[in-house]
Design a protein around this ligand. Structure first.
Ligand code: SF4
Length: 215
């Protein structure tokens, strides 16, 4: 796992537990989370610990769970186990899973992994296809609603283009961490703004790879 956060308010409706898995081999050019690519990075956690975290978030009012990464479907077995446990004891909380795979790329393992997801956002991040759609990073990414609960909560967001992309900033001992799907140019603008305020960004998860090297 890369990290978790509660409350997340910029990736899905309401207040949510966010879980970012570690490891992604898809290497989309312009990925804002390149720190999650290395499968040997992050920290190992038991599914039971994530379930405990989820219960704690629900006790604090979580309205949903968002799983992102990294690539959640590259840990299909553990993801299924986690989402099955969440499903078994949830009330009205929805589950949103981000994956860089498109549905035609789903094999049985990947399909099983997201059986208990209400909503998927699918497809690689494509830097050439900017979008203003909420909770999507590029125009090719699809928001796939799979359950009645998902329809009830997400129908009005499918074509929603907010004036500004919802973003959260979290600061901890490892640095500043951005949650959300910034619009194209948003990260460069953020860096410029920080620099102008006397806070130059020395390293950023959206430019860890050497300049010019694409995925
Ligand atoms: S955008 Fe998502 S799928 Fe693409 S490289 Fe980054 S973490 Fe992986």
């Amino acid at each position: 796992m890369s990290r978790t956060h509660f409350p997340v308010t910029a990736l899905g409706p309401g207040t949510r537990l966010g879980v970012w898995v570690q490891g992604c081999s898809l290497a989309c050019k312009g990925c804002m989370s390149q720190d999650t690519w290395d499968p040997d990075g992050g920290v190992a956690v038991e599914v039971g610990d994530l379930v405990a975290l989820w219960r704690e978030a629900v006790a604090r009012g979580a309205e949903g769970l968002t799983v992102s990464g990294g690539e959640p479907l590259q840990q299909a077995g553990a993801l299924r186990e986690f989402l099955a446990a969440v499903h078994a004891e949830r009330d009205d909380q929805d589950v949103l899973v981000y994956t860089g795979y498109d549905e035609p790329e789903f094999d049985d393992n990947r399909r099983n992994a997201v059986e208990f997801a209400d909503v998927l956002v699918t497809g690689r991040f494509d830097i050439r296809r900017p979008t203003a759609l909420i909770w999507r990073g590029s125009a090719n990414q699809r928001m796939v609603v799979r359950t009645e609960l998902g329809r009830r909560k997400y129908a009005r967001f499918l074509d929603h283009e907010p004036e500004r992309a919802p973003l959260q900033v979290r600061a901890d001992e490892s640095g500043i961490w951005l949650i959300g799907t910034p619009r194209q140019g948003g990260l460069a603008g953020l860096e410029r703004g920080l620099r102008a305020s006397g806070l130059p960004v020395e390293s950023a998860s959206w430019r860890l790879r050497p300049p010019g090297q694409s995925g």
